[in-house]
Design a protein around this ligand. Structure first.
Ligand code: COA
Length: 469
């Protein structure tokens, strides 16, 4: 007789972050680049941009986040069966960043202590962390884990050319997540995760370049279009599996209590929410009243306008659409959804900047901390995740906040976890950006963390790290 054992929930048990100690203040940046500071503060939504020091890179940030996660949960290496690193700031064309991270952790836990562990480096621009989470969640769900946990760490340095429009959407940091059965924080919903994939040229970084080739406005529109497609697929699956029952006057967003969206910059989250809501509400009875408040018809792209290029090149349509979006974002209906479901997730982005793979998860972490601080009970709330990676792929999925979430969230304190920060001058920033400082010429000395000590001493390009006590 086949005995059916109900599947235990699997998801994120705890989160630890690492943010480098240097930052650029938006006013210094605006002055140096002769930009209106209001554009950065409100148009992009950035106040402080995290910058890596000369003795830091994505691998040591990842190891620092993992160490914090292990220490605060009293984990031993034998508890961990998989350690996945998702990044788009790869350091090597062949050697996975995981091995450097494991090497650093073994400086603390002992040589060979992680030898039993598996894991690979995952790449797909900013979405790869979501694939890593999904694959590791399923590794546990299908009972291949032998009682062990997975750590997924996302780590990136978002770096653009000096003087480019991407330069004010930089940032850096790592987020490590502990994935296990019966998690305290969030359990992922099953059979609803939805992915789309396409060959786009919105953003890519050919071999040997340290900064990407970016078609900025193209990437914004690609994000909106593909995230919407993934959301539509998610909605269909959520209805088919019975996870969500939609009444005729409801949209999928009514069944998602909190939203976490990929945040290349915080304003993008606001814009993306407007795009999704317009699509979801367009056929609902309430749209008529909203249109009356907006005071204009919703612009429709001309027939046959298939490609993203064609949409962007129709200046008249784009102008009208922008005007419509702005007016829509002024309505009470939009503001109510924004404030209650998304606003708290933007707080971290405003003071850190872009984390590429980590942006979505830093946003999620920010959201639960600041919603909890409002005194809201988060148990049982459904969080919808909208992940986007240029190139491109989008992923929509969801999870439910678990009853024991307070054990984790009540200890969260973003400012404390970021730690002491140093406001650097634009001159120092440009030296770091151009790689003009050696590791010995770091701007601040670090304690209780891993740092890069040399590149190439043991073999061309090989990196060595140490733990500073
Ligand atoms: N005060 C307030 N807001 C202002 C302003 C001012 N003085 N001047 C401009 N703005 C607003 C614009 O209206 C626009 O707002 P919107 O989002 O509501 O349309 C916003 O600032 C951005 O300005 P804009 O001129 O449209 O874009 P940009 O040339 O500065 O480029 C990006 C912005 C995001 C395209 C660019 O930074 C980039 O390429 N970043 C890297 C790629 C990226 O992050 N892509 C995201 C998808 S993954």
């Amino acid at each position: 007789m086949l005995l059916l054992i109900p599947m235990k929930p699997v998801g994120i048990d705890d989160i630890a972050i690492y943010v480098p100690p240097l930052y650029i203040d938006f006013k210094d940046f605006a002055e140096a680049r002769k930009i209106d500071p209001s554009k950065l503060e409100f148009g992009i939504g950035i106040k402080k941009m995290a910058i890596v020091d000369a003795d830091q890179d994505p691998a040591c940030m990842a190891a620092n986040a993992c160490l914090r996660l292990m220490q605060k949960n009293d984990l031993k290496p034998s508890d961990i069966g998989r350690l996945y690193v998702a990044t788009e700031s790869g350091l090597d064309e062949s050697k996975a960043m995981n091995s450097y991270v494991i090497g650093m952790l073994e400086q603390i836990y002992g040589q060979g202590s992680f030898e039993h562990c598996g894991g690979i480096e995952c790449k797909f621009a900013c979405v790869s962390g979501s694939y890593a989470l999904y694959d590791n969640t399923n590794w546990i769900r299908c009972d291949e884990h032998n009682g062990k946990y997975a750590i997924v760490v996302v780590s990136d340095v978002a770096k653009y050319d000096i003087g480019s429009s991407g330069e004010y959407t930089q940032g850096a940091g790592a987020v490590a997540m502990l994935i296990k059965e019966e998690p305290r924080l969030l359990a992922f919903d099953q059979k609803v995760t939805s992915t789309v994939i396409s060959n786009e040229h919105d953003f890519y970084r050919p071999f040997a370049r340290s900064t990407p080739i970016v078609n900025g406005h193209y990437s914004n529109l690609a994000y909106l279009i593909y995230v919407k497609k993934a959301m539509l697929m998610y909605k269909q699956k959520a209805i088919e599996t019975g996870l969500i029952k939609l009444r005729q006057d409801e949209s999928i967003i009514d069944h998602i209590d909190l939203l976490a969206m990929h945040l290349p910059y915080s304003k993008m989250g606001k814009n993306a929410l407007a795009f999704l809501l317009r699509h979801e509400w367009r056929n609902l009875p309430k749209w008529k009243q909203i249109l009356a408040k907006i005071g204009m018809e919703e612009p429709k792209p001309p027939e046959g306008m298939g490609t993203i290029e064609a949409i962007l090149s129709d200046k008249e349509f784009m102008k009208k659409d922008e005007e419509f979006r702005r007016r829509f974002m002024e309505t009470e209906e939009y503001k109510q959804v924004f404030e209650s479901k998304l606003a708290s997730s933007l707080k971290a982005s405003e003071i850190i900047g872009n984390l590429y793979t980590g942006s979505l998860y830093m946003g999620f972490r920010s959201e639960i901390e600041y919603e909890y601080r409002k005194g809201k009970d988060l148990a049982g709330l459904r969080v919808g995740f909208a992940s986007y990676g240029s190139g491109c792929s989008a992923m929509a999925f969801s999870g439910v906040i678990q009853d024991r979430y307070k054990e984790v969230v009540s200890r969260m304190d973003l400012e404390r976890e970021i730690g002491e920060r140093r406001r650097i001058s634009m001159e120092e920033y440009e030296q770091l950006h151009r790689g003009l400082r050696s590791v010995e010429e770091r701007i601040v000395s670090k304690s209780k963390e891993f740092v890069l000590v040399s590149i190439g001493k043991r073999g061309e390009g090989f990196r060595e790290y140490t733990f500073h006590n």
